[in-house]
Design a protein. Structure first.
Length: 183
């Protein structure tokens, strides 16, 4: 090992951000605890809606059931994929600015479509207890997806407002004033 390299290691090796832990190659801390809980709730509730829908033994109007099945599976899959991206090295491989935008679009779209699928399934079900519970989990999951989308929108809006305030404050700051003549 190069003896000079050791001198610069503390300043040149990338360190994780504060609050980011590593476990089994996964990074934790990119999402706050509230967002992490919302993402976990999305995966869990949509998975429960999918499992309960799969238990339904018979249906009269099956179109709503099949639509709900497709959407609940897709929601489960996409929520697990987003969690995977945030907690693995895929986050660095995808441009870091694109991940939140992609997450916002997916989360909001899934929330809207899941709500529609739950309404359609509620209108076309045979009123069995399993169907009713699946519909409840569908509505809960869609609300969690939409709440997460709203939260992401509000955070983005706050960042843009604070950024525009910071830009306007530095325009008239001391560092932007011409130097005084020292003669």
């Amino acid at each position: 090992m190069d003896p000079i390299a050791g001198v610069y290691e503390s300043t040149t090796e990338p360190k994780g951000k504060a609050g980011e832990g590593r476990c089994c190659g996964c990074k934790f801390g990119r999402l706050g605890w509230q967002r992490l809980l919302l993402k976990a709730a999305q995966a869990l509730l949509s998975f429960l809606a999918f499992i309960l829908e799969e238990i339904v033994e018979s249906c009269t109007l099956c179109g709503g059931l099949y639509f709900f099945e497709f959407i609940s599976f897709t929601a489960t899959f996409l929520s697990v994929m987003i969690l995977t991206v945030y907690h693995t090295s895929l986050y660095e491989k995808i441009e870091e600015k694109r991940v939140p935008k992609l997450d916002f679009r997916i989360t909001t779209l899934v929330g809207i479509v899941f709500l529609i699928a739950s309404i359609v399934f509620a209108a076309t079900n045979d009123k069995s207890s399993v169907e009713t519970v699946a519909i409840v989990f569908g509505f809960l999951a869609s609300m969690v997806f939409l709440a997460d989308g709203i939260q992401m929108f509000m955070e983005t809006r706050k960042r843009k407002e604070s950024k525009s305030k910071n830009v306007s404050n530095t325009e008239n700051g001391v560092e932007n004033q011409p130097l005084k003549n020292q003669t």
